[in-house]
Design a protein around this ligand. Structure first.
Ligand SMILES: NC(=O)C1=CN([C@@H]2O[C@H](COP(=O)(O)OP(=O)(O)OC[C@H]3O[C@@H](n4cnc5c(N)ncnc54)[C@H](OP(=O)(O)O)[C@@H]3O)[C@@H](O)[C@H]2O)C=CC1
Ligand SMILES: CC(C)(CO)C(=O)C(=O)O
Length: 326
């Protein structure tokens, strides 16, 4: 039987998985907020090097309450990871999480799984690392390139075999929709590898209001600053026992950005948040990492400076949003 999939947050990433899972034959419903009307009337339009110029119309709802009363095999969390916000996203999802629902987190950051484990100790929690630069240009209209792949695994890595099966079935579903997914027994090292990218690039590009390439081109020191923060992330991952996260891995990740230099570069999702005056994933991507470094006694002066600046910027933006509403 076709699985029932609820996508919570159909922005840049969520919309693309509406398309992929629809292609896979799943029954897809998207929980939309600002793009509800556009998605309801016109569906989602994806301009992509990977899939071409495609459109998909799924069932859409405004809230999880509207989607309750039905068994969901998978709830995909594709909203921003706002660690520390209240209510937590895990709490918001209560009406749609049944006894067998697998909660799938397609989000950046580290230690983002804890709130779900706390709220749903018996449900499969599937942690997914997303490589997919994408932007929502207007409500329901998304642009992506040719890169799309997911690194998938249960949280924790020693979850029961039924949770492992749910993670494996999720990968098969993505592949059936012509997406790319790789299953890991322990996906946490892959999260640290992605953090090497996100922890320096997302906040630095947001602070500098620049693409990664514009940032590197702006001063002779810029690339070295990024590199030094990447090495801090490697040291933190090593202190946690992830020996496979090393400078070679960091050099590979920095190389991906350097390879874009003749081009105009990419806008990390935190830069998209800045343009729209939205809250940024400061805690999930930077704050949690700084706190792990402190706990493990690993010096992280570059990352800490980035945290302090980005946190202040995020709070300043929050004050601006309040003033605009008055
Ligand atoms: N964009 C990218 O290139 C990449 C992003 N990622 C990660 O993927 C995750 C998703 O990012 P992205 O798609 O860019 O984010 P977006 O901001 O584009 O999309 C998030 C969506 O979630 C919606 N949302 C948030 N809260 C609710 C709610 N309570 N009810 C309904 N909808 C809600 C937002 O609605 P509204 O518009 O109303 O705010 C928005 O449509 C993040 O963790 C990000 O770091 C990973 C790799 C690449
Ligand atoms: C840097 C990028 C685009 C990599 O996929 C990303 O993860 C983000 O924008 O948050």
């Amino acid at each position: 039987m076709a699985p029932n999939v609820l996508i919570f947050g159909a922005g840049a990433i969520g919309s693309i998985y509406v398309y992929i899972l629809d292609q896979a034959g799943a029954n897809v419903t998207a929980v939309c907020r600002s793009n509800y009307q556009a998605a309801k009337e016109h569906g989602f339009e994806i301009m992509s090097e990977k899939f071409g110029h495609v459109k998909v119309k799924s069932s859409v709802v405004r809230t999880v309450e509207e989607a309750s009363g039905q068994e969901w095999d998978y709830v995909l969390v594709c909203s921003k990871a706002m660690c520390g916000s209240r209510p937590t996203t895990a709490e918001i999802l209560k009406p749609v999480v049944g006894a067998k629902t697998a909660i799938v987190l397609l989000q950046n950051g580290i230690s983002i799984e804890e709130e779900y484990i706390e709220a749903y100790p018996s449900n499969p929690v599937i942690s997914v690392v997303v490589y997919l630069p994408a932007t929502q240009l207007a409500s329901g209209i998304i642009k992506m390139g040719d890169l799309e792949y997911l690194e998938v695994g249960t949280y924790p890595s020693d979850a029961p075999s039924s949770h492992k099966e749910a993670a494996s079935a999720f990968c098969d579903l993505i592949k059936a929709g012509k997406g790319h997914a790789i299953l890991y027994d322990d996906v946490q090292p892959r999260r640290w590898s992605k953090l090497i990218v996100n922890a320096p690039w997302n906040p630095l590009c947001a602070l500098a209001r620049s693409t990664d390439v514009a940032f590197m081109n702006a001063s002779p020191q810029a690339t070295d600053v990024v590199w030094s923060v990447m090495k801090e992330i490697v040291a933190i991952a090593n202190a946690l026992g992830y020996a496979e996260i090393n400078e070679e891995e960091a050099a590979f990740q920095l190389g991906r950005a350097k390879a874009r230099i003749p081009d105009k570069g990419i806008e990390p999702s935190m830069l998209a948040d800045i343009w729209l005056g939205r809250a940024m994933e400061v805690e999930a991507i930077v704050g949690n990492t700084v706190r792990i470094a402190e706990k493990k006694g690993v010096p992280a002066p570059g990352l800490t400076m980035i945290y302090v600046l980005t946190k202040a910027l995020d709070e300043s933006n929050a004050r601006q949003r309040i003033l605009k509403k008055l």
